[in-house]
Design a protein around this ligand. Structure first.
Ligand code: AGP
Length: 607
Protein backbone atom coordinates (compact mmCIF):
# COMPACT_ATOMS: atom_id res chain seq x y z
CA UNK A 1 0.00 0.00 0.00
CA UNK A 2 1.09 3.65 -0.30
CA UNK A 3 4.69 4.34 0.69
CA UNK A 4 6.28 7.66 1.66
CA UNK A 5 9.91 8.73 1.53
CA UNK A 6 11.62 12.08 2.01
CA UNK A 7 15.20 13.36 2.18
CA UNK A 8 16.76 16.70 3.10
CA UNK A 9 20.43 17.55 2.77
CA UNK A 10 21.42 14.90 0.25
CA UNK A 11 22.98 16.19 -2.95
CA UNK A 12 21.56 13.35 -5.09
CA UNK A 13 18.07 13.62 -3.71
CA UNK A 14 16.18 12.25 -6.74
CA UNK A 15 18.33 9.10 -6.92
CA UNK A 16 18.21 8.51 -3.16
CA UNK A 17 14.44 8.83 -3.10
CA UNK A 18 14.06 6.45 -6.03
CA UNK A 19 16.19 3.85 -4.22
CA UNK A 20 14.11 4.25 -1.07
CA UNK A 21 10.89 3.87 -3.10
CA UNK A 22 12.24 0.61 -4.52
CA UNK A 23 12.40 -0.69 -0.96
CA UNK A 24 8.71 0.11 -0.55
CA UNK A 25 7.67 -1.74 -3.72
CA UNK A 26 6.86 -4.88 -1.73
CA UNK A 27 3.92 -3.08 -0.11
CA UNK A 28 2.00 -2.96 -3.42
CA UNK A 29 1.31 0.15 -5.54
CA UNK A 30 0.00 1.24 -8.92
CA UNK A 31 1.81 4.55 -9.61
CA UNK A 32 4.66 6.59 -8.19
CA UNK A 33 6.28 10.00 -8.14
CA UNK A 34 9.03 12.22 -6.73
CA UNK A 35 9.21 15.98 -6.25
CA UNK A 36 12.28 18.03 -5.42
CA UNK A 37 13.01 21.72 -4.86
CA UNK A 38 15.65 23.02 -7.22
CA UNK A 39 16.69 26.62 -7.86
CA UNK A 40 13.61 27.86 -6.03
CA UNK A 41 11.23 25.75 -8.13
CA UNK A 42 9.08 22.68 -7.45
CA UNK A 43 10.16 19.96 -9.88
CA UNK A 44 7.83 16.96 -10.26
CA UNK A 45 7.98 13.56 -12.03
CA UNK A 46 5.19 10.97 -11.85
CA UNK A 47 4.44 7.73 -13.67
CA UNK A 48 1.73 5.08 -13.78
CA UNK A 49 2.62 1.41 -13.22
CA UNK A 50 5.89 -0.06 -12.01
CA UNK A 51 8.71 2.08 -10.65
CA UNK A 52 10.72 1.35 -13.76
CA UNK A 53 8.48 3.86 -15.56
CA UNK A 54 9.36 6.55 -13.05
CA UNK A 55 13.00 5.56 -13.40
CA UNK A 56 12.74 6.05 -17.18
CA UNK A 57 11.12 9.46 -16.68
CA UNK A 58 13.94 10.41 -14.31
CA UNK A 59 16.60 9.20 -16.73
CA UNK A 60 15.10 11.41 -19.44
CA UNK A 61 14.70 14.39 -17.12
CA UNK A 62 16.76 13.97 -13.92
CA UNK A 63 15.62 15.64 -10.71
CA UNK A 64 18.18 17.83 -8.99
CA UNK A 65 18.00 19.50 -5.60
CA UNK A 66 18.86 18.78 -1.96
CA UNK A 67 15.36 18.22 -0.68
CA UNK A 68 12.48 16.10 -1.91
CA UNK A 69 9.66 13.66 -1.19
CA UNK A 70 8.53 10.53 -3.03
CA UNK A 71 5.58 8.18 -3.05
CA UNK A 72 4.23 4.86 -4.25
CA UNK A 73 0.43 5.06 -4.57
CA UNK A 74 -2.21 2.37 -4.07
CA UNK A 75 -5.39 3.97 -5.38
CA UNK A 76 -8.23 4.71 -2.94
CA UNK A 77 -9.89 7.97 -4.10
CA UNK A 78 -9.62 8.41 -7.88
CA UNK A 79 -8.45 5.92 -10.52
CA UNK A 80 -4.93 4.93 -11.42
CA UNK A 81 -3.56 7.80 -13.53
CA UNK A 82 -0.61 10.15 -13.62
CA UNK A 83 -2.72 13.09 -12.50
CA UNK A 84 -3.88 11.15 -9.42
CA UNK A 85 -0.36 9.91 -8.61
CA UNK A 86 1.47 11.67 -5.74
CA UNK A 87 3.16 14.05 -5.02
CA UNK A 88 0.44 16.67 -5.43
CA UNK A 89 1.24 20.35 -5.72
CA UNK A 90 -0.93 23.37 -4.86
CA UNK A 91 -0.42 26.92 -6.13
CA UNK A 92 3.08 25.89 -7.16
CA UNK A 93 4.00 26.51 -3.50
CA UNK A 94 3.43 23.35 -1.46
CA UNK A 95 3.81 19.68 -2.37
CA UNK A 96 2.56 16.64 -0.47
CA UNK A 97 2.66 12.84 -0.34
CA UNK A 98 -0.03 11.03 1.62
CA UNK A 99 -0.78 7.53 2.85
CA UNK A 100 -4.30 6.97 4.22
CA UNK A 101 -7.82 8.24 3.58
CA UNK A 102 -9.32 11.67 4.30
CA UNK A 103 -12.96 10.99 5.14
CA UNK A 104 -14.19 14.59 5.00
CA UNK A 105 -12.40 15.47 1.75
CA UNK A 106 -15.64 16.27 -0.14
CA UNK A 107 -16.68 18.88 2.42
CA UNK A 108 -13.21 20.39 2.63
CA UNK A 109 -12.97 20.51 -1.17
CA UNK A 110 -16.25 22.47 -1.37
CA UNK A 111 -14.87 25.00 1.10
CA UNK A 112 -11.57 25.29 -0.78
CA UNK A 113 -13.25 25.66 -4.18
CA UNK A 114 -15.32 28.49 -2.69
CA UNK A 115 -11.99 30.13 -1.76
CA UNK A 116 -10.84 29.90 -5.36
CA UNK A 117 -8.65 26.76 -5.20
CA UNK A 118 -8.43 24.80 -8.47
CA UNK A 119 -8.18 21.01 -8.25
CA UNK A 120 -6.45 18.83 -10.82
CA UNK A 121 -6.98 15.31 -9.47
CA UNK A 122 -9.81 13.19 -8.05
CA UNK A 123 -7.84 12.37 -4.91
CA UNK A 124 -8.62 13.15 -1.29
CA UNK A 125 -4.92 14.02 -0.89
CA UNK A 126 -5.08 17.15 -3.03
CA UNK A 127 -7.48 18.63 -0.49
CA UNK A 128 -4.76 18.53 2.18
CA UNK A 129 -2.19 20.41 0.13
CA UNK A 130 -4.72 23.10 -0.81
CA UNK A 131 -5.82 23.41 2.81
CA UNK A 132 -2.22 23.94 3.93
CA UNK A 133 -1.79 26.59 1.23
CA UNK A 134 -4.98 28.27 2.41
CA UNK A 135 -3.84 28.23 6.05
CA UNK A 136 -0.40 29.57 5.09
CA UNK A 137 -2.13 32.80 4.08
CA UNK A 138 -2.51 33.65 7.76
CA UNK A 139 -0.26 31.27 9.69
CA UNK A 140 3.38 30.26 9.88
CA UNK A 141 4.36 26.73 8.86
CA UNK A 142 3.92 25.01 12.23
CA UNK A 143 0.58 26.70 12.90
CA UNK A 144 -0.73 26.04 9.40
CA UNK A 145 0.11 22.35 9.79
CA UNK A 146 -1.52 22.24 13.23
CA UNK A 147 -4.65 23.91 11.85
CA UNK A 148 -4.76 21.64 8.80
CA UNK A 149 -4.35 18.42 10.80
CA UNK A 150 -7.14 19.52 13.12
CA UNK A 151 -9.50 19.90 10.16
CA UNK A 152 -8.77 16.44 8.73
CA UNK A 153 -10.93 13.40 9.55
CA UNK A 154 -9.52 9.98 8.76
CA UNK A 155 -6.06 8.48 8.70
CA UNK A 156 -2.83 9.76 7.26
CA UNK A 157 0.91 9.81 7.12
CA UNK A 158 2.14 12.92 5.31
CA UNK A 159 5.34 14.30 3.86
CA UNK A 160 5.23 17.97 2.86
CA UNK A 161 7.71 20.40 1.26
CA UNK A 162 7.39 24.14 0.74
CA UNK A 163 8.80 26.21 -2.13
CA UNK A 164 9.55 29.11 0.22
CA UNK A 165 11.25 26.92 2.83
CA UNK A 166 13.82 24.92 0.88
CA UNK A 167 15.48 23.57 4.04
CA UNK A 168 12.69 21.56 5.65
CA UNK A 169 10.24 18.68 5.28
CA UNK A 170 7.18 18.32 7.48
CA UNK A 171 6.03 14.81 8.44
CA UNK A 172 2.74 14.06 10.21
CA UNK A 173 1.03 10.91 11.41
CA UNK A 174 -2.47 9.83 12.39
CA UNK A 175 -3.19 6.15 11.92
CA UNK A 176 -0.68 5.38 9.17
CA UNK A 177 2.92 4.64 10.16
CA UNK A 178 5.79 7.11 9.67
CA UNK A 179 9.42 7.27 10.76
CA UNK A 180 12.27 9.79 10.71
CA UNK A 181 15.81 8.63 9.87
CA UNK A 182 19.03 10.41 10.82
CA UNK A 183 22.13 10.67 8.61
CA UNK A 184 25.33 12.76 8.62
CA UNK A 185 24.14 16.28 7.80
CA UNK A 186 21.09 14.83 6.07
CA UNK A 187 17.84 13.46 7.46
CA UNK A 188 15.01 11.37 6.08
CA UNK A 189 11.35 10.49 6.28
CA UNK A 190 9.87 7.06 5.50
CA UNK A 191 6.80 4.88 5.88
CA UNK A 192 8.86 2.23 7.61
CA UNK A 193 12.35 1.55 8.83
CA UNK A 194 12.92 -0.81 5.91
CA UNK A 195 12.60 2.07 3.44
CA UNK A 196 15.14 4.05 5.46
CA UNK A 197 17.54 1.23 6.15
CA UNK A 198 19.65 1.76 3.04
CA UNK A 199 20.41 5.26 4.35
CA UNK A 200 20.47 4.91 8.13
CA UNK A 201 19.77 2.65 11.09
CA UNK A 202 18.99 5.55 13.45
CA UNK A 203 15.24 5.98 13.58
CA UNK A 204 12.47 7.77 15.46
CA UNK A 205 8.88 6.61 15.04
CA UNK A 206 6.10 9.17 15.13
CA UNK A 207 3.14 8.33 17.35
CA UNK A 208 -0.45 9.03 16.42
CA UNK A 209 -1.20 12.75 16.32
CA UNK A 210 2.44 13.84 16.17
CA UNK A 211 4.14 15.87 13.49
CA UNK A 212 7.75 16.90 12.87
CA UNK A 213 9.89 19.43 11.06
CA UNK A 214 12.95 17.80 9.52
CA UNK A 215 15.99 19.87 8.59
CA UNK A 216 19.32 18.45 7.44
CA UNK A 217 20.97 18.97 10.85
CA UNK A 218 18.11 18.58 13.32
CA UNK A 219 14.53 17.40 13.74
CA UNK A 220 11.81 18.93 15.90
CA UNK A 221 8.79 16.93 17.05
CA UNK A 222 5.37 18.30 18.03
CA UNK A 223 2.26 16.84 19.60
CA UNK A 224 -1.11 17.44 17.92
CA UNK A 225 -1.61 20.74 19.79
CA UNK A 226 1.74 22.08 18.58
CA UNK A 227 3.67 21.55 21.84
CA UNK A 228 7.32 20.62 21.26
CA UNK A 229 8.16 17.10 22.43
CA UNK A 230 11.34 15.06 22.84
CA UNK A 231 11.54 11.66 21.24
CA UNK A 232 13.95 8.76 21.47
CA UNK A 233 16.31 7.85 18.66
CA UNK A 234 16.36 4.08 18.23
CA UNK A 235 19.35 2.28 16.83
CA UNK A 236 18.20 -0.63 14.69
CA UNK A 237 20.41 -3.51 13.72
CA UNK A 238 22.50 -2.33 10.77
CA UNK A 239 22.71 -5.86 9.37
CA UNK A 240 20.87 -6.10 6.10
CA UNK A 241 19.00 -9.32 5.57
CA UNK A 242 19.42 -10.68 2.03
CA UNK A 243 16.22 -10.18 0.09
CA UNK A 244 17.07 -11.63 -3.28
CA UNK A 245 15.11 -14.46 -4.88
CA UNK A 246 18.20 -16.63 -5.21
CA UNK A 247 17.54 -19.32 -7.80
CA UNK A 248 13.78 -19.04 -7.44
CA UNK A 249 11.50 -17.52 -10.05
CA UNK A 250 9.41 -15.77 -7.42
CA UNK A 251 9.73 -14.70 -3.81
CA UNK A 252 6.63 -16.75 -3.06
CA UNK A 253 8.32 -19.95 -4.30
CA UNK A 254 11.32 -19.16 -2.14
CA UNK A 255 9.19 -18.35 0.87
CA UNK A 256 7.26 -21.63 0.55
CA UNK A 257 10.51 -23.60 0.43
CA UNK A 258 11.97 -21.63 3.36
CA UNK A 259 9.27 -22.86 5.71
CA UNK A 260 11.21 -25.74 7.30
CA UNK A 261 13.97 -23.27 8.15
CA UNK A 262 11.70 -20.51 9.47
CA UNK A 263 9.83 -23.03 11.63
CA UNK A 264 13.16 -24.30 12.95
CA UNK A 265 14.04 -20.71 13.90
CA UNK A 266 10.74 -20.27 15.72
CA UNK A 267 11.11 -23.58 17.54
CA UNK A 268 14.70 -22.76 18.52
CA UNK A 269 13.55 -19.42 19.89
CA UNK A 270 10.56 -20.68 21.88
CA UNK A 271 11.47 -24.18 23.05
CA UNK A 272 13.77 -24.59 26.00
CA UNK A 273 15.34 -27.97 25.26
CA UNK A 274 17.32 -28.12 28.50
CA UNK A 275 14.21 -27.81 30.67
CA UNK A 276 11.74 -29.38 28.27
CA UNK A 277 9.67 -26.23 28.57
CA UNK A 278 8.41 -23.22 26.66
CA UNK A 279 10.71 -20.27 26.56
CA UNK A 280 8.18 -17.56 27.24
CA UNK A 281 9.40 -17.06 30.79
CA UNK A 282 8.76 -13.34 30.66
CA UNK A 283 5.00 -13.80 30.08
CA UNK A 284 3.71 -10.75 31.96
CA UNK A 285 0.44 -12.07 33.41
CA UNK A 286 -0.33 -14.55 36.18
CA UNK A 287 -2.69 -17.46 35.61
CA UNK A 288 -5.58 -15.91 37.55
CA UNK A 289 -5.27 -12.66 35.61
CA UNK A 290 -6.58 -14.19 32.36
CA UNK A 291 -9.78 -16.14 31.90
CA UNK A 292 -10.51 -15.41 28.27
CA UNK A 293 -8.60 -14.70 25.11
CA UNK A 294 -9.62 -12.85 21.96
CA UNK A 295 -7.55 -13.29 18.81
CA UNK A 296 -7.76 -10.55 16.18
CA UNK A 297 -6.35 -10.24 12.64
CA UNK A 298 -7.17 -9.72 8.96
CA UNK A 299 -6.96 -12.05 5.96
CA UNK A 300 -4.43 -14.80 6.45
CA UNK A 301 -3.67 -13.54 9.95
CA UNK A 302 -7.37 -13.95 10.76
CA UNK A 303 -7.15 -17.55 9.56
CA UNK A 304 -4.21 -18.02 11.94
CA UNK A 305 -6.43 -16.73 14.75
CA UNK A 306 -9.19 -19.14 13.76
CA UNK A 307 -6.69 -22.00 13.72
CA UNK A 308 -5.46 -21.00 17.17
CA UNK A 309 -9.01 -21.06 18.55
CA UNK A 310 -9.10 -24.84 18.06
CA UNK A 311 -5.78 -25.26 19.88
CA UNK A 312 -6.65 -22.91 22.74
CA UNK A 313 -9.91 -24.77 23.28
CA UNK A 314 -8.15 -28.12 23.15
CA UNK A 315 -5.20 -27.24 25.37
CA UNK A 316 -6.60 -24.68 27.84
CA UNK A 317 -9.82 -23.97 29.70
CA UNK A 318 -9.88 -20.36 28.50
CA UNK A 319 -12.91 -18.86 26.77
CA UNK A 320 -11.71 -18.16 23.25
CA UNK A 321 -13.08 -15.81 20.63
CA UNK A 322 -11.77 -14.75 17.26
CA UNK A 323 -12.47 -11.54 15.43
CA UNK A 324 -11.83 -9.86 12.11
CA UNK A 325 -10.14 -6.57 13.00
CA UNK A 326 -12.30 -4.42 10.71
CA UNK A 327 -15.43 -5.80 12.43
CA UNK A 328 -14.07 -5.69 15.97
CA UNK A 329 -13.03 -2.05 15.83
CA UNK A 330 -16.59 -0.76 15.29
CA UNK A 331 -18.56 -3.24 17.40
CA UNK A 332 -19.91 -2.60 20.85
CA UNK A 333 -17.31 -4.72 22.62
CA UNK A 334 -17.71 -5.77 26.21
CA UNK A 335 -14.22 -5.34 27.56
CA UNK A 336 -13.44 -7.52 30.57
CA UNK A 337 -10.56 -6.99 32.94
CA UNK A 338 -9.35 -10.57 32.76
CA UNK A 339 -9.28 -10.80 28.96
CA UNK A 340 -6.14 -11.06 26.92
CA UNK A 341 -6.28 -9.61 23.39
CA UNK A 342 -3.86 -11.09 20.87
CA UNK A 343 -3.19 -9.19 17.63
CA UNK A 344 -1.80 -11.23 14.78
CA UNK A 345 -0.14 -9.45 11.87
CA UNK A 346 2.78 -10.20 9.58
CA UNK A 347 3.51 -6.54 8.81
CA UNK A 348 2.42 -5.18 12.17
CA UNK A 349 1.06 -2.17 10.27
CA UNK A 350 -2.40 -3.31 9.12
CA UNK A 351 -4.64 -0.31 9.79
CA UNK A 352 -7.68 -2.27 11.03
CA UNK A 353 -5.62 -4.50 13.32
CA UNK A 354 -3.78 -1.48 14.67
CA UNK A 355 -7.09 0.33 15.31
CA UNK A 356 -8.42 -2.72 17.19
CA UNK A 357 -5.25 -2.75 19.32
CA UNK A 358 -5.56 0.97 19.96
CA UNK A 359 -9.15 0.48 21.10
CA UNK A 360 -8.09 -2.26 23.53
CA UNK A 361 -5.22 -0.13 24.85
CA UNK A 362 -7.58 2.78 25.41
CA UNK A 363 -9.88 0.46 27.38
CA UNK A 364 -7.00 -0.72 29.56
CA UNK A 365 -6.93 -4.29 28.19
CA UNK A 366 -4.00 -6.71 28.25
CA UNK A 367 -2.52 -6.76 24.75
CA UNK A 368 -0.11 -9.12 23.04
CA UNK A 369 1.21 -8.92 19.46
CA UNK A 370 2.20 -11.86 17.27
CA UNK A 371 4.12 -10.13 14.49
CA UNK A 372 6.88 -10.65 11.97
CA UNK A 373 8.12 -7.06 11.78
CA UNK A 374 9.30 -6.31 15.29
CA UNK A 375 9.79 -2.58 14.72
CA UNK A 376 6.17 -2.25 13.55
CA UNK A 377 3.45 -0.07 15.11
CA UNK A 378 1.49 -3.08 16.42
CA UNK A 379 4.61 -4.49 18.08
CA UNK A 380 5.56 -1.14 19.56
CA UNK A 381 2.13 -0.42 21.00
CA UNK A 382 1.38 -3.86 22.45
CA UNK A 383 2.16 -4.72 26.04
CA UNK A 384 3.84 -7.97 25.11
CA UNK A 385 5.32 -9.11 21.78
CA UNK A 386 5.88 -12.59 20.41
CA UNK A 387 7.89 -12.27 17.16
CA UNK A 388 7.42 -15.07 14.65
CA UNK A 389 11.05 -14.95 13.42
CA UNK A 390 10.26 -15.67 9.77
CA UNK A 391 12.50 -13.07 8.16
CA UNK A 392 11.23 -10.68 5.52
CA UNK A 393 8.22 -11.91 3.56
CA UNK A 394 8.00 -10.20 0.17
CA UNK A 395 5.28 -12.19 -1.65
CA UNK A 396 1.95 -10.42 -1.13
CA UNK A 397 0.38 -13.84 -0.62
CA UNK A 398 1.43 -14.80 2.85
CA UNK A 399 2.99 -18.27 3.18
CA UNK A 400 5.84 -18.61 5.64
CA UNK A 401 4.32 -15.94 7.88
CA UNK A 402 1.12 -18.01 8.13
CA UNK A 403 3.00 -21.08 9.35
CA UNK A 404 5.09 -18.82 11.58
CA UNK A 405 1.97 -17.27 13.12
CA UNK A 406 0.26 -20.59 13.78
CA UNK A 407 3.48 -22.00 15.24
CA UNK A 408 3.75 -19.19 17.79
CA UNK A 409 0.02 -19.33 18.58
CA UNK A 410 0.28 -23.09 19.14
CA UNK A 411 3.24 -22.53 21.46
CA UNK A 412 1.28 -19.81 23.29
CA UNK A 413 -1.63 -22.22 23.72
CA UNK A 414 0.76 -24.81 25.21
CA UNK A 415 2.23 -22.13 27.48
CA UNK A 416 -1.18 -21.06 28.78
CA UNK A 417 -2.23 -24.70 29.12
CA UNK A 418 0.74 -25.36 31.41
CA UNK A 419 0.46 -22.03 33.23
CA UNK A 420 -3.18 -22.68 34.09
CA UNK A 421 -2.63 -26.31 34.96
CA UNK A 422 -4.90 -27.42 32.09
CA UNK A 423 -2.13 -29.38 30.38
CA UNK A 424 -0.03 -32.03 32.08
CA UNK A 425 3.77 -31.77 31.92
CA UNK A 426 4.12 -35.24 30.41
CA UNK A 427 1.76 -34.25 27.59
CA UNK A 428 3.69 -31.04 27.02
CA UNK A 429 6.90 -33.06 26.67
CA UNK A 430 5.35 -35.30 24.04
CA UNK A 431 3.94 -32.37 22.12
CA UNK A 432 7.23 -30.49 22.18
CA UNK A 433 8.99 -33.58 20.89
CA UNK A 434 6.58 -33.83 17.97
CA UNK A 435 6.95 -30.12 17.32
CA UNK A 436 10.72 -30.43 17.02
CA UNK A 437 10.23 -33.00 14.25
CA UNK A 438 7.82 -30.77 12.31
CA UNK A 439 10.37 -28.90 10.11
CA UNK A 440 11.61 -32.21 8.73
CA UNK A 441 8.07 -33.37 7.95
CA UNK A 442 7.39 -30.08 6.17
CA UNK A 443 10.55 -30.63 4.15
CA UNK A 444 9.29 -34.04 3.03
CA UNK A 445 5.79 -32.72 2.29
CA UNK A 446 7.33 -30.03 0.08
CA UNK A 447 8.47 -32.78 -2.29
CA UNK A 448 4.95 -33.49 -3.65
CA UNK A 449 5.50 -31.01 -6.46
CA UNK A 450 4.75 -32.63 -9.83
CA UNK A 451 1.32 -33.90 -8.97
CA UNK A 452 0.16 -30.46 -7.84
CA UNK A 453 1.50 -28.81 -11.00
CA UNK A 454 -0.70 -31.06 -13.13
CA UNK A 455 -3.74 -30.72 -10.89
CA UNK A 456 -3.60 -26.90 -10.93
CA UNK A 457 -4.84 -26.66 -14.57
CA UNK A 458 -8.23 -28.08 -13.58
CA UNK A 459 -8.70 -25.31 -11.01
CA UNK A 460 -7.81 -22.67 -13.60
CA UNK A 461 -10.27 -24.00 -16.15
CA UNK A 462 -13.21 -24.34 -13.74
CA UNK A 463 -15.82 -21.66 -13.02
CA UNK A 464 -14.99 -21.95 -9.34
CA UNK A 465 -13.84 -24.36 -6.67
CA UNK A 466 -14.51 -25.24 -3.04
CA UNK A 467 -12.15 -26.04 -0.18
CA UNK A 468 -13.69 -28.13 2.60
CA UNK A 469 -12.49 -29.14 6.03
CA UNK A 470 -13.74 -29.80 9.55
CA UNK A 471 -12.25 -28.99 12.93
CA UNK A 472 -8.53 -28.24 12.72
CA UNK A 473 -8.73 -28.44 8.93
CA UNK A 474 -11.45 -25.83 8.50
CA UNK A 475 -9.22 -22.72 8.93
CA UNK A 476 -6.74 -24.34 6.56
CA UNK A 477 -9.51 -24.77 3.97
CA UNK A 478 -10.26 -21.04 4.27
CA UNK A 479 -6.59 -20.21 3.85
CA UNK A 480 -6.25 -22.52 0.82
CA UNK A 481 -9.22 -20.82 -0.88
CA UNK A 482 -7.84 -17.35 -0.11
CA UNK A 483 -4.46 -18.26 -1.61
CA UNK A 484 -6.07 -19.50 -4.84
CA UNK A 485 -8.33 -16.43 -5.11
CA UNK A 486 -5.63 -13.86 -4.56
CA UNK A 487 -3.08 -15.46 -6.89
CA UNK A 488 -5.12 -16.96 -9.73
CA UNK A 489 -8.13 -14.64 -9.68
CA UNK A 490 -10.48 -17.65 -9.82
CA UNK A 491 -13.39 -17.95 -7.46
CA UNK A 492 -12.66 -20.28 -4.56
CA UNK A 493 -14.73 -20.76 -1.46
CA UNK A 494 -13.56 -22.22 1.86
CA UNK A 495 -16.31 -23.94 3.84
CA UNK A 496 -16.81 -26.20 6.84
CA UNK A 497 -17.47 -29.57 5.21
CA UNK A 498 -20.44 -30.23 7.52
CA UNK A 499 -22.19 -27.05 6.37
CA UNK A 500 -22.38 -27.92 2.68
CA UNK A 501 -25.85 -29.44 2.92
CA UNK A 502 -27.19 -26.18 4.36
CA UNK A 503 -26.77 -24.30 1.09
CA UNK A 504 -23.47 -24.46 -0.79
CA UNK A 505 -24.15 -28.00 -2.02
CA UNK A 506 -26.33 -26.29 -4.64
CA UNK A 507 -23.12 -24.95 -6.23
CA UNK A 508 -21.73 -28.41 -6.92
CA UNK A 509 -22.03 -29.46 -10.55
CA UNK A 510 -20.39 -32.01 -12.83
CA UNK A 511 -16.62 -31.54 -12.90
CA UNK A 512 -16.35 -28.81 -10.26
CA UNK A 513 -13.00 -29.15 -8.45
CA UNK A 514 -13.39 -29.54 -4.69
CA UNK A 515 -10.47 -29.84 -2.28
CA UNK A 516 -11.32 -31.97 0.73
CA UNK A 517 -8.97 -31.80 3.70
CA UNK A 518 -9.46 -35.04 5.58
CA UNK A 519 -6.46 -35.97 7.71
CA UNK A 520 -6.80 -39.02 9.98
CA UNK A 521 -7.97 -37.04 12.98
CA UNK A 522 -11.13 -37.02 15.08
CA UNK A 523 -13.16 -35.59 12.21
CA UNK A 524 -11.91 -37.99 9.55
CA UNK A 525 -14.97 -40.22 9.14
CA UNK A 526 -17.36 -37.28 9.16
CA UNK A 527 -15.34 -35.43 6.53
CA UNK A 528 -15.18 -38.52 4.32
CA UNK A 529 -19.00 -38.72 4.45
CA UNK A 530 -19.22 -35.06 3.40
CA UNK A 531 -16.76 -35.79 0.62
CA UNK A 532 -19.00 -38.57 -0.66
CA UNK A 533 -21.91 -36.16 -0.75
CA UNK A 534 -20.06 -33.84 -3.13
CA UNK A 535 -18.71 -36.71 -5.25
CA UNK A 536 -22.29 -38.00 -5.63
CA UNK A 537 -23.19 -34.63 -7.16
CA UNK A 538 -20.41 -34.69 -9.74
CA UNK A 539 -17.54 -32.91 -7.93
CA UNK A 540 -13.95 -33.70 -8.94
CA UNK A 541 -12.45 -34.24 -5.50
CA UNK A 542 -8.83 -33.62 -4.64
CA UNK A 543 -8.45 -35.34 -1.30
CA UNK A 544 -5.63 -34.16 0.93
CA UNK A 545 -4.97 -36.51 3.80
CA UNK A 546 -1.96 -37.80 5.71
CA UNK A 547 -0.06 -41.02 5.10
CA UNK A 548 -1.55 -44.01 6.87
CA UNK A 549 -1.59 -47.80 6.58
CA UNK A 550 -5.41 -47.66 6.35
CA UNK A 551 -6.72 -47.10 2.87
CA UNK A 552 -9.29 -44.34 2.28
CA UNK A 553 -12.65 -46.05 1.95
CA UNK A 554 -14.29 -44.06 -0.78
CA UNK A 555 -14.75 -44.41 -4.50
CA UNK A 556 -14.44 -41.95 -7.35
CA UNK A 557 -11.90 -39.66 -5.77
CA UNK A 558 -10.27 -37.71 -8.61
CA UNK A 559 -6.82 -37.21 -7.01
CA UNK A 560 -5.25 -37.83 -3.61
CA UNK A 561 -2.28 -36.09 -2.04
CA UNK A 562 -0.79 -37.54 1.11
CA UNK A 563 1.17 -35.36 3.48
CA UNK A 564 3.42 -36.77 6.22
CA UNK A 565 1.93 -37.97 9.49
CA UNK A 566 2.24 -36.45 12.94
CA UNK A 567 -0.02 -35.81 15.93
CA UNK A 568 -3.45 -34.26 15.28
CA UNK A 569 -2.45 -30.80 16.53
CA UNK A 570 0.27 -30.45 13.95
CA UNK A 571 -1.46 -31.82 10.84
CA UNK A 572 -2.73 -28.33 9.83
CA UNK A 573 0.88 -27.24 9.18
CA UNK A 574 1.37 -30.07 6.73
CA UNK A 575 -2.02 -29.68 5.00
CA UNK A 576 -1.16 -26.07 4.21
CA UNK A 577 1.81 -26.95 1.99
CA UNK A 578 -0.04 -28.52 -0.99
CA UNK A 579 -2.58 -25.67 -0.88
CA UNK A 580 0.13 -23.03 -1.12
CA UNK A 581 1.64 -24.90 -4.05
CA UNK A 582 -1.70 -25.34 -5.77
CA UNK A 583 -2.24 -21.56 -5.71
CA UNK A 584 1.32 -20.90 -6.84
CA UNK A 585 1.19 -23.24 -9.82
CA UNK A 586 -2.29 -22.06 -10.88
CA UNK A 587 -1.01 -18.49 -11.07
CA UNK A 588 2.22 -19.57 -12.73
CA UNK A 589 0.30 -21.33 -15.50
CA UNK A 590 -1.80 -18.23 -16.04
CA UNK A 591 1.31 -16.07 -16.22
CA UNK A 592 0.11 -13.75 -13.46
CA UNK A 593 2.27 -11.52 -11.29
CA UNK A 594 2.71 -14.00 -8.44
CA UNK A 595 4.55 -11.78 -5.98
CA UNK A 596 2.29 -8.78 -6.57
CA UNK A 597 -1.26 -9.90 -7.41
CA UNK A 598 -3.52 -7.26 -8.93
CA UNK A 599 -5.31 -4.83 -6.59
CA UNK A 600 -3.52 -6.15 -3.49
CA UNK A 601 -0.88 -4.74 -1.18
CA UNK A 602 1.49 -6.37 1.28
CA UNK A 603 0.99 -3.81 3.98
CA UNK A 604 -2.63 -2.67 4.19
CA UNK A 605 -2.32 0.71 5.86
CA UNK A 606 -5.77 2.04 4.99
CA UNK A 607 -8.98 0.75 6.49
C1 AGP B 1 -2.55 -12.96 2.67
O1 AGP B 1 -2.10 -13.76 1.65
C2 AGP B 1 -2.91 -11.61 2.38
N1 AGP B 1 -2.27 -11.01 1.34
C3 AGP B 1 -3.61 -10.79 3.42
O2 AGP B 1 -4.80 -11.43 3.68
C4 AGP B 1 -2.87 -10.49 4.75
O3 AGP B 1 -2.72 -11.65 5.49
C5 AGP B 1 -3.66 -9.42 5.52
O4 AGP B 1 -3.70 -8.25 4.76
C6 AGP B 1 -3.11 -9.13 6.88
O5 AGP B 1 -1.82 -8.62 6.82
P1 AGP B 1 -0.90 -8.55 8.11
O6 AGP B 1 -0.62 -9.97 8.52
O7 AGP B 1 0.34 -7.85 7.66
O8 AGP B 1 -1.66 -7.83 9.16
Amino acid sequence: MCGIVGAVGHDRCGAVLLDALKRLEYRGYDSSGIVTLHNGQIDLRRAVGKLVHLETALAAQPLNGHIGIGHTRWATHGGVSEVNAHPHVAANRVSIVHNGIIENSTLLKKFLVSKGHKFKSQTDTEVIVHLITENLKTENIVDSIKKTLKALHGSFALGIIFKDKPDLIVGARRGSPLAVGYGPNENYLGSDSYALKSMTNKITYLNDGEFCVIKKDHVEFFSEDGTKINKKVLELSSEEEKYDKGDYKHFMAKEIEEQPLTLKNGIKEYIDNANDDINIYNFPWKKNEISSITLIGCGTAYHSCLMAKYWFEELTSLDVSVDIASEFRYRKNRFKKDSLYVFVSQSGETADTYAALDLCNKNGMKTCAVVNVIESSIARDSEFVLPIHCGTEIGVASTKAFLGQILILYILALKLGILRGDLERKHLSRKLNDLKKLPELIEQTLLTDNKIQNISSTFNEAKGSMFLGRGFSYPIALEGALKLKELSYVHAEGYPAGEMKHGPLALIEEGMPVVVLAPRDNYYKKTISNMQEVIARGAKVLLITNKSSDEVISENIWETIEVESTNEDLLPFLLTIPLQKLAYYSALKKGFDIDKPRNLAKSVTVE
